[in-house]
Design a protein around this ligand. Structure first.
Ligand code: 3PG
Length: 388
């Protein structure tokens, strides 16, 4: 690989700034999944053990730049790290160029997205980050597709830069799989909006041999196929794009499952009454929340014919028991098939954990969007920055 890992550099007497992706789901002050933080700990610990001063930062959510938002503070994450690491931690609301950071303490800088210029990758902010450290350690693989001041801009102004252990391992594992994927390759892409994954879908159809869609994305495609989808979540403005992709799928002879049946309800809540319907029988007030058994059979029968499976996004509303069968059946079918499955993204990891198939998934990435962009063959800005 053409990027350096933290353990290729000498950190002695050095001030190290680690950009991690600690963007975890937080309910009040309770972290509902700590997997991203846990995956970041080896790099943080390595830096604590080897460098003189360690400064850590991350984004959390999407706050408005220029103002502090208590609900998106890194405080709950600092509390969690305090339990896991044997070191005093100090959370800094602001930092200044030239500020001195005491050794023997893990310094955490507040949510980078509170800082003006973070998103647009301003030179001023990038320089300010670079001014507080000797070495920049990029470990936020989940944010590697963002060209922001703390993930990309800093690289231009810092003395030395490298990947953290998590970042390095992700790039290594994903390069190995996606540079020359074992064919046939199947992509499973779930999610609510085609608009957020349009470029991914357009690029993926040039790389994969099969495509399975789920959630609101699939609803838009069902509507594009000419079926009534009632009140289901979909994007009317993307019907033409969906038609274009369906056309390409047909021309390239990519596997795309026939949607024969779906599970519907008249309302969206935990007690909603689920009803199995043929795709032709959807009524004006129905909403699609899961796939039916015949459709699932069309999907699972195909898994035996593929060698690589790339999975991002659940098939349906798996959080509600009555609509979880599609994602559960798919999870077990993926776990039990002969193919090499890779999965990424917060919701996908939550589904894998819920249906207890983690051990059978060959590779689980901490990234969602970055994982997908890597899979579609794009060069991620943070990787480009580390290679420069
Ligand atoms: C993610 O959760 O996918 C990453 O942390 C990136 O977050 P973002 O989509 O808000 O940039």
């Amino acid at each position: 690989m053409s990027i350096q890992s933290i353990n290729h550099l000498n950190l002695r007497n050095k001030k190290v700034l680690i950009r991690a992706d600690l963007n975890v789901p937080i309910d009040g002050s309770i972290i509902s999944s700590t997997s991203r933080i846990d995956a970041s700990i080896p790099t943080i610990q390595y830096a604590i053990d080897n460098a003189q001063i360690v400064i850590l930062t991350s984004h959390l959510g999407r706050p408005t730049e220029g103002s502090f938002d208590n609900t998106l503070s890194l405080k709950p994450i600092v509390d969690y790290l305090q339990d896991k690491l044997n070191i005093k931690i100090m959370l800094h609301r602001d930092f200044e160029k030239g500020q001195s950071f005491e050794p023997g303490i893990l310094h955490v800088l507040e949510n980078v997205r509170f800082n003006l210029g973070e998103k647009e990758c301003s030179n001023e902010l990038s320089k300010k980050y670079a001014s507080i450290a000797d070495i920049f350690v990029m470990d936020a693989f989940g944010t590697a597709h963002r060209k922001e001041a703390s993930t990309y801009g800093i690289g231009e102004y810092i003395n030395e830069k490298c990947a953290g252990l998590l970042f390095y391992d992700e790039v290594k594992a994903l390069t190995k799989t996606f540079d020359q994927p074992k064919k046939p390759m199947l992509a499973i892409v779930g999610g609510s909006k085609v608009s957020t994954k349009l470029s991914v879908l357009k690029n993926l159809i040039n790389r994969v041999d099969g495509l399975i869609l789920g959630g609101g994305i699939l609803n838009t495609f069902i509507a594009a196929q000419g079926f009534n989808i009632g009140r289901s979540l979909y994007e009317v403005d993307f019907i033409d794009e969906a038609k274009y992709i369906l056309n390409e799928i047909e021309e390239k002879q990519i596997f795309f499952p026939v949607i024969e049946d779906v599970v519907c309800a008249k309302e969206f809540n935990i007690n909603a009454h689920a009803k199995l319907k043929k795709i032709h029988d959807i009524e004006a007030d129905d909403m699609i929340f899961d796939l039916g058994p015949n459709t699932l059979k069309n999907i699972t029968n195909h898994l035996g014919q593929v060698s690589t499976i790339m999975w991002n996004g659940p098939l349906a509303v798996f959080e509600f028991k009555q609509f979880s069968s599609g994602t559960e059946t798919l999870s077990h079918a993926i776990a039990d098939c002969e193919a090499f499955p890779l999965a990424g993204g917060g919701d996908t990891i939550a589904a894998i954990e819920k249906f207890k198939v983690c051990k059978k998934i060959s590779y689980i990435s901490t990234a969602g969007g970055a994982f997908l962009e890597f899979a579609e063959g794009k060069k991620l800005p943070a990787i480009e920055m580390l290679e420069q």
